[in-house]
Write a protein that binds this ligand. Structure first.
Ligand code: B12
Ligand code: SF4
Length: 497
């Protein structure tokens, strides 16, 4: 029996597939893990496909994990594996969970939702020669027919799961057109010095553009938000410190790490600083989920950096995005980060732009708010992407806003903004933050914005000019602060995109 698990993500953390690998190994099932860390626009060459096919061809089952943006290249790889080997190919991860019908057109089976139990059962059934088609958590394609089994209930006790599999010297890396076994050096190169993990799964909220909105519909009333116990989490981090001595920073990429109660954060901070003691960062913070006491404890325990999802400040957009938070809450959280500015690195604030439902008043509302954010901060501007299964995706589909699924959803680059005048204003305000608020508000004039929005060519020119100013400014800052890797990364992304 041989199982191959493929992670196509640029970032090789791949927590889900690594945990599945550990689950299978606990059952004595050999697993070959293959990492393909290329950008999602990467297309496999014929040689690449031959090399990968040669590696997997003696597997009984090949499992591939994917987010929606990996769809095109994973479909290409799956076609090659299915055409050239007799392997049973299975997809798992957020994309097949969210778009099962579409996914099943390309593969033998898909895993819907959490995969530890489902995949273990499927593999064991194959091993024993039993009928696989009744396996819960899976949909199958059988002689042109689709078999839709029920989704398996959520794993209540996350402590029952093993830690992600980091036996790197048994794992394969496909990098620069070469396949090799991971070494400590190559692992270090791909992880930098950071270890990413999750202390919880799910989120109590349901923002209309987020997978949690989709997962809540899938799992019904079951509590999606679950936390691991502190000993289980700390045990993982201790093991990693021993196994991967180059790790000097931990990162918790939970959906919403800080939604945990103050007491939980206190316990975490105390134990973490005593036992692990490395600086750490957390994924996105939602305004209103952090207060002075929580931040004090986190900073004392080693928190380095904060990033908050503001997205939009207009009430209309908050309703549309199903975000139950107010502008005063956002302001309060920004002020909180300001008070801690000497102890934290520059905060990052995320905004979602390019929403087709945003009115000019919504845009001005967010821009006026943006103009008041005290410097220094860094901005992350995202172009709204409709991920399958979410409420916004359903609405966009209904309103005919998605004409080409592949282009508008799967391969859309969420960092490429529309070249509009309003988007230009974000760059302009960011670069010219020294201007008095009075002047900024004069520029954020409804008549002027309306005038410019009716002239797309002018919008495009202003966007290019403002973005150029931004890139030069950020580039100079990177040079002066020695962050040359950021510049290298920028050119690398341009080359691919
Ligand atoms: C950690 C994380 C990251 C990390 C690490 C990603 C990685 N490669 O490891 C980082 C920060 C790098 C990242 C980046 C991005 N992410 Co991200 N990320 C997450 C997050 C918060 C948790 C994922 C996770 O590890 N969960 C824990 C594990 C245990 O669960 P899991 O991955 O779902 O795996 C389980 C099942 O899906 C299944 N399964 C998974 N794979 C397989 C394979 C097989 C064979 C089987 C049988 C089962 C199976 O079993 C697993 C165990 O139960 C999710 C949100 C979420 N709740 O899922 C977003 C999420 C996956 N990210 C998302 C996005 C959009 C991105 C980005 C594209 C953009 C962005 N703005 O962040 C980038 C781009 C990444 C890239 N290079 O392509 C979206 C994807 C939506 C979609 N439909 O594709 C999500 C869902 C968040 C959202 N907005 O809704 N992300
Ligand atoms: S708060 Fe964040 S993780 Fe939770 S539903 Fe909203 S976007 Fe998703």
């Amino acid at each position: 029996m041989k199982v191959t698990l493929i992670s196509p993500y640029l970032e090789i953390y791949s927590v889900g597939p690594r945990i599945i690998s550990s689950v299978l190994k606990q059952e004595g099932i050999p697993v070959q893990m293959l990492f393909l860390p290329q950008d999602f626009h990467h297309v496999f060459s014929e040689n690449n496909l031959n090399d990968i096919v040669a590696l997997v061809k003696d597997s009984d089952i090949v499992g591939i994990s994917l987010m929606s943006n990996q769809f095109t290249r994973v479909a290409q790889l799956t076609r090659a594996i299915r055409a050239r080997t007799g392997c049973f190919v299975v997809w798992g991860g957020i994309h097949p969970t969210a778009a099962p019908e579409q996914s099943l057109e390309h593969v033998d089976a898909i895993c819907i939702g959490e995969g530890e139990e489902s995949f273990r059962e499927l593999v064991q059934k194959i091993q024993r020669g039993e009928d696989v088609f009744t396996t819960r958590g899976f949909w199958f394609r059988k002689k042109g027919r689709i078999i839709r089994n029920d989704v398996r209930p959520l794993i209540k006790d996350l402590d029952s799961l093993p830690y992600p599999d980091y036996t790197y010297d048994e794992q394969l890396l496909f990098d620069n057109d070469r396949i090799s076994t991971f070494t400590l050096q190559s692992l270090k190169k791909h992880l930098s010095n950071i270890y990413l993990t999750l202390a919880s799964r799910g989120c109590p909220f349901s923002c209309a553009y987020c997978c949690n909105d989709m997962l809540k519909k899938l799992y019904g009333s079951a509590a999606l938000y679950r936390r691991r116990s502190l000993p289980h989490l700390i045990g993982e981090l201790r093991e990693i410190r021993e196994k991967l001595p180059f790790v000097t920073q931990m990162h918790f990429e939970d959906d919403l790490f800080l939604v945990a109660h103050e007491d939980v954060i206190r316990e975490f901070c105390g134990t973490y600083s005593r036992t692990i003691g490395l600086p750490f960062t957390v994924g996105g913070i939602a305004p209103g989920t952090i207060n002075d006491a929580k931040l004090r404890m986190l900073v004392d325990a080693g928190l380095l950096h904060v990033r908050m999802g503001i997205q939009s400040t207009s009430e209309h957009m908050a309703r549309l995005y199903n975000r139950k938070l107010s502008k005063p809450q956002i302001t309060e959280t920004i002020q909180l980060f300001q008070r801690f500015r000497k102890e934290l690195t520059t905060p990052y604030y995320d905004f979602i732009l390019d929403s087709p439902w945003e009115t000019i008043d919504d845009r001005i509302d967010s821009l006026r708010f943006f103009a008041t954010i005290p410097k220094p901060f860094k901005m992350n501007l995202f172009s709204l992407t409709f991920y399958p299964g979410t409420s916004l995706y359903a609405r966009a589909k209904e309103e005919g806003l998605i004409s080409d699924e592949e282009k508008d959803v799967y391969s859309k680059n969420y960092t490429f903004l529309k070249h509009t005048f309003t988007n230009a204003l974000y760059y302009f305000l960011y670069c010219n933050s020294y201007l008095p608020l009075r002047i900024k508000n004069c520029i954020l004039n409804k008549k002027l914005i309306e005038f410019m929005e009716k002239r797309p060519a002018l919008g495009k020119i202003s966007f290019m000019a403002a973005k150029c100013q931004y890139l030069v400014m950020e580039g100079l800052q990177d040079i002066f602060s020695g962050r040359l890797w950021r510049i290298a990364k920028f050119f690398q992304i341009r080359k691919i995109g």
